[in-house]
Each structure stands twice: as structure tokens, then as C-alpha cells.
Design a protein around this ligand. Structure first.
Ligand SMILES: [Zn+2]
Length: 255
């Protein structure tokens, strides 16, 4: 069973632990400001996230979908989840399919070996589904991990993404990249807009993540209109809308 209700602890010790993990870079790299990329990413992922792919394509870009394989064909709090045909179609359209664990576990609350085993299962299911490319990136469910875990998980990927907000510029951790969430809270909209605005001046790499995309999204998702506005804003400020792996290659931090 998927634990759709899981909510990482908001207690102070839990928050501090998250910060500590975030600060300990397992894969340090430097992102220079001479380029500007915005990556739109969709986690889990609901079928309606395909609307996100359409919007990004209209702005000459590609997006990424972090596929939790246990959710295939399920119905979650944000509606019907993806099916294999949809995922393969997105890959054919040039979007990136990334790993997101098989069972959507909180990798900060699970022992390292179990996490590694679950990721192996995730990759196996994706391969068996007919995915052409082995995923080169992973997004941590809830953005959560621990230092030893992220170090070892990173050995299997070119990049891993967390969910703590921030623009990836200067010193970054390729094992837990920063990212702006879009959800029902209007604060997240402003944060993303401001980040894109600022990166228009400094350069750098803004990653956005959300779940469902529709005219009436759940509290976990966003509207097609906001996504269109952000894509337009980014492109008008000179950004390229790239998948995380494409962006990392453009910044020269991966081969
Ligand atoms: Zn997730």
C-alpha cells in the first residue's frame, strides 16, 4: 500500500536534521551564472501532469517526470496516476523519466539498504515497462534523505533532487539539488516567480516541482495557467526550459 497520508515531521529536531543533511554536500559542484535554465518537474506522477509536458513543449522545452512505480494505475489524492503507455509516450516526446523509489518511501526514515533495494525495484519496473533510457536522475519522495544514503544513492545517478527551496547557483549538491514547489499555497507561486525573476539577472538553474496540473488542481498541484505564466516568464527572461539532466550537461557539471 502507498502511504498517501505521510507527512514528514515538522518538529524542530526533524527540521534541524533536514538542514544538516542539506548542508552536507555529498556531490559538490559549481553552477555558473553564464547560463540560465529552468526545469519543470512532476513527481509521482498523476496523469494530469501530461498537461505540464504540453505547456513546456509549447515553450520549446522539455520537462521531467519522477515515476513512483508502485503508483502506476492507482488513484491518489491528486487523481488518476500515470500508466505505462503515457510514460513511454512522454519519453518518446523527449521528456525525462526519473526515478522516485518504488514505494514512495521517506528515505530519511528508512535504513540505507532498504532504500537502495527499493530504488533497484523502481529501476527494474521502469525497465520492464519498456523505458528506453535508464533514469539518470532521482527525486527523493518528500525531498528527504540522510547523508550516507544520499552519498550511496548518488553513485547510481547523475543527479538527485530534494525539495528544499533555492536556486542552484554557485556551490550546489548534485546529490540533493534545490527546487521550488508549486502547490495550493499562493506563497509558492510568488516564491517561484521571484526565483525566476532573480535568476534572469544572475543566471543559474531554477528547478520547479509539482504534482497534478489542471484548471482545478488539488492542494498538491498547480493550474495550467500558472505553469504557462512561469514558462512564459522564464523564456522571456532568456531561460531554456530543460530537463534536469539536459540542464546539468549544459552547465558542464555532468558529462
Ligand atoms: Zn513524491
Amino acid at each position: 500500500m502507498i502511504d498517501w497520508e505521510h507527512n514528514p515531521s515538522r518538529t524542530l529536531p526533524a527540521k534541524l536534521k533536514r538542514r544538516m543533511t542539506q548542508w552536507r554536500h555529498a556531490a559538490p559542484a559549481i553552477i555558473s551564472g553564464d547560463k540560465f535554465h529552468v526545469s519543470f518537474t512532476f513527481d509521482d506522477f498523476p496523469l494530469s501532469a501530461v498537461n505540464g509536458a504540453d505547456i513546456v513543449e509549447k515553450h520549446d522545452g522539455k520537462a521531467a517526470f519522477y515515476a513512483c512505480t508502485k503508483m502506476i494505475g492507482e488513484t491518489g489524492p491528486y487523481g488518476k496516476m500515470y500508466d505505462i503507455a503515457t510514460m513511454l509516450d512522454l519519453e518518446n516526446r523527449g521528456h525525462e523519466i526519473g526515478a522516485h523509489t518504488h514505494s514512495h518511501m521517506d528515505c530519511a526514515l528508512t535504513d540505507r539498504l532498504t532504500v537502495l533495494e527499493d530504488i533497484k525495484t523502481n529501476l527494474r519496473h521502469l525497465a520492464e515497462a519498456g523505458l528506453k533510457n535508464r533514469p539518470t536522475s532521482l527525486a527523493y519522495p518528500y525531498g528527504e534523505t540522510l547523508y550516507d544514503t544520499k552519498k550511496e544513492v548518488f553513485e547510481q545517478f547523475d543527479l538527485c533532487r530534494g525539495i528544499l527551496p533555492g536556486t542552484n547557483l554557485g556551490k550546489v549538491d548534485l546529490a540533493q539539488l534545490r527546487c521550488y514547489e508549486l502547490n495550493g499555497n499562493p506563497m509558492t507561486e510568488n516564491r517561484a516567480k521571484n526565483a525566476i525573476e532573480a535568476a534572469g539577472k544572475t543566471g543559474g538553474w531554477v528547478i520547479i516541482f509539482t504534482h497534478d496540473v489542471s484548471d482545478e488542481p488539488t492542494g498538491f498541484g498547480t493550474t495550467s495557467k500558472l505553469l504557462t505564466d512561469l514558462a512564459q516568464q522564464a523564456v522571456s527572461l532568456g531561460a531554456t526550459l530543460s530537463t534536469p539532466t539536459q540542464a546539468a550537461k549544459e552547465f558542464g557539471v555532468i558529462a
